[in-house]
Design a protein around this ligand. Structure first.
Ligand code: C2E
Ligand code: SIN
Ligand code: SIN
Ligand code: FE
Ligand code: FE
Length: 379
């Protein structure tokens, strides 16, 4: 293997290990494998017990012919038994690579055979195929990479032995990246599930519904999107917003559930929920918890510096705090509380307008009011 190729594989390995989203990763694996071999098309299967799960597919010729939309329908997930009869199944069961110069010349007494139904259905002509098992760190086959029609000057030619070698080493890197991404998915789900349940527990004593925290999250995310933040940042805020009132866990029922207005002593205790929340969430290396802490601490600061607990002013209030403050108050105004009935829409909007530059970041109020159609949908 020459040095350039070696470097390329190293670079790909690094690119793959930094991709944590499973679907994006599978598509990246395919496009890199195509790049290395000049393959016109390819698919990835994951092996789960004795099933093969078809996960991703790319085909340059069909993409040109059918367009992206039709192509997307074509690559819907399906499952098949991992039997030696299909080529991908054969690679999965035996752990062997198949490098077939021409699928029409597969001998009839071979254990596997080529299924021509795909070619028939899409008027495609499969000639050469390279089918490679993907192994994890324990040397188990966890997936199959299937490449179709290595092209030279637009004509399908057999896959070269050198390409087969490169793809073999590439495919084990891919398998490990896939396993990491799947684990990451699971961890993320567990993480967010926990956050949501914790937040619900806090709101439960407050006699607010789970829907309140969901709405606040959606309003906050919408604001962030409109400000041009990327998908990751919006997601992070979406999952940080639910915990803004986690500190209410530390407030006595007699105050939290009091049907009428609070005395100034009760009010002072109530206001501690922001700092208590920050204490509960302190010192975490987990991004979403660290962000939640900032939101919990700063969601009652006001733009003119008259809020609590730190009396921060203007841009000194973290953006996440300013965003959740607006989302939370809007939802508090338009919802029923133990101490007040819901407010009519126009009145809530009037309070936001009046609060622009005093309670709220004026730019955020402007964006929010410009999105009332979407806000109503969320409600
Ligand atoms: P919350 O009920 O979720 O209210 C959140 C924030 O929405 C309030 O923050 C306030 O800024 C705004 N808000 C809610 N209702 C109204 C309203 O009718 N008019 C206006 N202009 N703004 C409103 P705040 O004041 O810092 O209160 C924090 C939390 O303290 C409240 O969360 C609630 O749990 C509690 N709280 C506040 N006032 C009372 C009260 O009079 N009685 C009781 N039992 N709890 C109260
Ligand atoms: C809420 O989330 O509804 C209340 C926020 C707060 O006042 O602390
Ligand atoms: C909130 O209740 O969470 C927001 C109120 C505020 O920002 O003062
Ligand atoms: Fe609060
Ligand atoms: Fe809230």
């Amino acid at each position: 293997m020459d040095e350039k190729v070696f470097q390329k594989i190293l670079d790909i390995g690094i690119a793959l290990s930094s991709e944590h989203d499973l679907d994006t990763l599978l598509n990246k694996i395919l496009s890199k494998a195509q790049e290395i071999t000049g393959a016109d098309g390819g698919s990835v299967y994951l092996v789960k017990k004795d099933r093969l799960i078809f996960k991703a597919s790319r085909n340059c010729t069909l993409l040109k012919k059918l367009g992206a939309k039709k192509m997307n329908e074509l690559v819907k997930t399906f499952e098949l038994p991992a039997s030696k009869k299909s080529m991908a199944g054969y690679a999965a069961v035996t752990g062997r690579t198949l490098n077939i110069p021409n699928v029409k010349n597969i001998p009839a007494d071979e254990e596997y055979f080529y299924d021509p139904s795909f070619d028939k259905k899409y008027d495609y002509d499969t000639v050469s195929m390279l089918v490679i098992p993907m192994r994890n760190k324990q040397d188990e086959v966890t997936g199959v990479l299937q490449l179709i029609n290595s092209l030279e000057n637009g004509k399908p030619v057999p896959f070269k032995e050198s390409q087969e070698k490169i793809i073999s080493s590439f495919s084990s890197q891919a398998a490990i990246a896939i396993e990491n991404a799947a684990l990451n998915d699971l961890l993320e789900q567990a993480h967010f599930d926990t956050i949501f349940r914790l937040s619900e527990a806090a709101e439960y004593r407050d006699k607010e519904t789970a829907n309140h925290i969901k709405r606040v999250s959606h309003y906050a995310k919408l604001l962030f999107e409109k400000m041009g933040h990327n998908k990751e940042e919006c997601k992070l805020l979406f999952w940080s917003a639910p915990m803004h009132d986690i500190g209410k866990l530390g407030i006595p029922d007699a105050i939290l559930q009091k049907p009428g207005p609070l005395t100034s002593e009760e009010r002072a205790i109530m206001e501690q929920h922001a700092a208590i929340g920050a204490l509960v969430l302190k010192d975490s290396a987990i991004p979403v918890i660290a962000k939640s802490r900032i939101v919990a601490l700063t969601h009652h600061e006001k733009y003119d510096g008259s809020g609590y607990p730190q009396k921060l002013k203007g841009e000194a209030i973290p953006l996440e705090g300013r965003v959740v403050a607006l989302a939370d108050v809007y939802d508090a105004l338009s919802s029923k509380r133990v101490y007040k009935p819901p407010m009519p829409e126009e009145k809530a909007i009037a309070i936001l307008k009046e609060g622009a530059g005093r309670h709220f970041d004026p730019l955020l109020v402007k964006i929010f009011l410009g999105e009332m159609k979407k806000i109503k949908e969320i409600r």
